[in-house]
Design a protein around this ligand. Structure first.
Ligand SMILES: NC(=O)c1ccc[n+]([C@@H]2O[C@H](COP(=O)([O-])OP(=O)(O)OC[C@H]3O[C@@H](n4cnc5c(N)ncnc54)[C@H](OP(=O)(O)O)[C@@H]3O)[C@@H](O)[C@H]2O)c1
Length: 337
């Protein structure tokens, strides 16, 4: 049995924000699965910031996307044809061949998702890569301790919103978040339960707002943004503070944004630890993450939101929008059956 499907290819490398010319929709006919393979119907596709730097032709920790080939990314779906006895039809799986409606994959390219009480799409967010990033970065990279004053940027998004909640649920002294609108700042404060929220796009400078939110300073900064956010936070860090360098989204679309603060001497004078990290180096931490987050979710203590669009056609605009802040919580694309 063949499967007609559609996928999104990288048509052209963007030099700034991605636009319609970046992407090409391609129709394909997938062959029946060969021995050991399965065909997956994707049900939800992940939209993640790292996909933008991966569109650049430059060496990094992961191979750049190739022009004329289907883009890759996290996805969850259901096996609809199987030539693999351990992954029968109907099995729900997580894999890395997103940006398409169906995927033909070998058994070792999918991770089986056991039936559970949470929506399947949560495995792209709170129970998946972004959740693991938040837990790992806070608990292990920044070496969080109860009583710490924690600041996190992009706090209205997938990773940032979880970082602040994990800190609050683990007895942080104070949790402060920054986000790009009044609405998102209100969400961070009221829905996520942060102690203070900053709209970094308001007229008042970020540093002024940070000083007011925490006159005592900051012990842990979870940096999703880089550039001016990092520069302002260096000013308010306490001596021996820890900074988890998670991402620099302010530079992903290129342009004039620099990610190197001019006040790095503050890191020396305050004896700070700044540590970059990638989840792929820290698999042994995953069981602790899964246990903690499953408990918090099941007990209703964790607030989790998705911003979803519907259909493969919506994906390019949803991706470009996420890079500019159109999402609250985790950005995903749902593919209705
Ligand atoms: N190290 C790792 O292993 C790892 C893994 C996953 C993610 N990450 C990084 O974690 C960060 C957050 O990822 P996510 O998946 O949770 O995305 P997200 O926060 O859900 O979405 C991205 C958000 O970034 C904010 N943003 C965009 N441009 C900005 C700018 N110039 N200044 C400040 N904020 C800006 C926008 O929110 P506003 O409306 O608030 O501007 C947007 O909603 C990214 O930097 C990503 O690369 C790292």
């Amino acid at each position: 049995m063949t499967t007609p499907t559609r996928e999104i290819h990288l048509a052209r490398r963007p030099t700034g924000p991605p636009d319609a010319e970046t992407f090409a929709f391609v129709d394909r006919l997938l062959p029946a699965p060969a021995d050991g393979q399965v065909v997956v119907r994707n049900l939800a596709l992940s939209i993640d910031p790292y996909m933008r730097p991966r569109m650049n032709d430059e060496p990094s920790y992961v191979k750049p996307y190739e022009i004329g080939k289907a883009l890759l990314g996290g996805a969850v779906g259901e096996v609809i044809a199987s030539a693999n006895s351990s992954i029968p039809r109907g099995t729900k799986v997580l894999h890395s061949s997103g940006w398409r409606e169906h995927a033909l994959l070998s058994g070792d390219q999918v991770k089986v998702i056991a039936d559970g009480p949470f929506p399947l799409s949560y495995h792209l967010g709170v129970l998946g890569m972004p959740g693991f990033t938040a837990y790992l970065g806070l608990m292990h990279i920044a070496e969080f301790r109860p009583g710490d004053i924690v600041f996190v940027s992009a706090a209205g998004g997938a990773v940032g919103g979880l970082v602040g909640q994990f800190a609050r649920l683990s007895d942080a002294g104070k949790v402060i978040g920054s986000a790009g609108s009044e609405e998102k700042a209100a969400y961070v404060l009221k829905d996520l339960g942060f102690h203070a929220a900053i709209n970094y796009r308001s007229e008042e400078p970020l540093l002024t707002q940070l000083r007011r939110a925490s006159p005592e300073g900051v012990d842990v900064y979870f940096d999703n943004v880089g550039g001016e956010h990092l520069s302002a936070t260096l000013e308010v860090m306490r001596d021996h503070g820890r900074i988890a360098l998670c991402g620099t989204i302010s530079s992903y679309n290129g342009g004039s944004g620099t990610t190197v603060p001019g006040n790095m001497f503050k890191a020396v004078a305050k004896r700070l630890t700044l540590k970059g990290f990638l989840t792929l180096d820290h698999e042994p931490v995953r069981p602790a993450f899964e246990a903690a987050v499953t408990d918090w979710l099941a007990s209703g203590q964790l607030h989790y939101r998705e911003t979803s669009t519907s259909g493969l056609d919506s994906m390019p605009a949803a991706f470009a929008g996420m890079l500019q802040g159109s999402n609250t919580g985790k950005a995903i694309v749902m593919l209705p059956g």
